[in-house]
Design a binder for this molecule. Structure first.
Ligand code: CA
Ligand code: CA
Length: 342
């Protein structure tokens, strides 16, 4: 009897896992190309003799200056030794000018920038970004005890950040990637100390906040869904809704006027995994969505841009302003589009 129960349990778990794996990999999915208007690569991201530097996370200021992270080597992959970590800017009101590197002062080490968040106070713009130290040895004392992906600043030096991997060894992370276990989380730093404010997430990736700061949006890439939380005065989060998007959601930007989300994603699971594991030479498609929300609940989703990977490899972030869209990628170009249909 006990043996039969054990076999039944194993079979049930096996069927569940197989079903999750098939859903995640998107083996039979086809992505067709769609552009909202004329699109082209921004100059300055591709560096001759060094190659594509990437444009992982992009945000834009009200004056049209977009800030983005470039040269991410998230897994410290030797194949990406040609990338140089830079924080860069691009002027949406002067799109024929190339992107330029920002000069960082007071930080002498090489940067390896990932998710970013801009915060403005008294006319001064603060650029916060996740930095993965390249020379760090994994240890209990390591700053990479957690594996941060993105952050959103709520107040000066107070922010939420996502942990997309919890396990720390490279091999264990591969197992974690395909385990589908809900072990990711969101942490909140209140200016003095950090604490977990949301748990049981499946590879929490992009994070952002509504313009009125009532809601926090989290992209759960491992579950292909966007989860909304309501903020408490002390920074705690309580879940409002969770919506399956059918694509590996990456970074989220919020339109400051409408509150709509601009979500970049990876529509074919196995292709973005291969792109991360073998960044040079492999191709992954792109999909950008505009997501309408009302009181933290998704009400409508519109496809804005898609590509099978020939023109844009692995869309990781998208931002919209005044009829123009910028689409970032972890290891490829930064795409500029005029959006005639937005
Ligand atoms: Ca971000
Ligand atoms: Ca991300």
């Amino acid at each position: 009897m006990l043996k039969a129960f054990g076999v039944g349990l194993l079979c049930t778990l096996g069927i569940w896992y197989f079903n999750e794996l098939i859903k995640f990999l998107d083996i039979n999915k086809v992505v067709y190309s769609q552009q909202p208007g004329p699109c082209r690569a921004v100059e300055g991201v591709y560096v001759p003799e060094q190659g594509y530097q990437g444009s992982e996370d992009v945000e834009v200021l009200p004056n049209g200056i977009a800030i983005f992270s470039s040269g991410l080597n998230y897994m410290r992959n030797p194949a990406l030794k040609h990338v140089q970590g830079r924080m860069m800017m691009f002027d949406l009101s002067n799109p024929d000018e190339p992107a330029k590197a920002l000069r960082l002062t007071g930080f002498t080490r090489k940067i390896n920038p990932h998710g970013i968040s801009l915060f403005t106070v008294d006319g001064a713009v603060y650029v916060y970004f996740i930095h993965h130290a390249m020379d760090e040895v994994d240890s209990d004392e390591s700053v990479e005890k957690f594996r941060l992906n993105d952050l959103v600043v709520a107040q000066e030096d107070q922010f939420y950040a996502t942990n997309d991997y919890v396990l720390r060894h490279r091999f264990l992370r591969t197992l974690e990637y395909f385990s589908f276990l809900p072990i990711g989380n969101v942490v909140y730093y209140d200016g003095h100390k950090g604490r977990k404010v949301a748990e049981s997430l499946r590879r929490a990736n992009g994070i952002n906040m509504s313009p009125d700061k009532k809601y926090v949006y989290v992209a759960e890439a491992g579950a292909k869904r966007i989860t909304t939380f309501r903020r408490s005065a002390n920074g705690d989060l309580s879940k409002v809704s969770s919506t399956f998007m059918g694509t590996l959601v990456d970074n989220i930007n919020v339109d400051p006027e409408t509150g709509n989300l601009w979500v970049a994603s990876h529509p074919i699971g196995y292709k973005i995994y291969l792109k991360v594991a073998f960044p040079v030479g492999s191709v992954a498609p792109s999909l950008v969505l505009r997501v309408n929300v009302s009181e933290g609940v998704i009400t409508e989703t519109t496809q804005i841009y898609s590509d099978d990977g020939r023109n844009l490899i692995g869309s990781g972030s998208a931002v919209f302003q005044n009829g123009k869209v910028l689409i970032g990628t972890p290891t490829h170009i930064l795409m500029y589009c005029e959006c005639l249909t937005c």
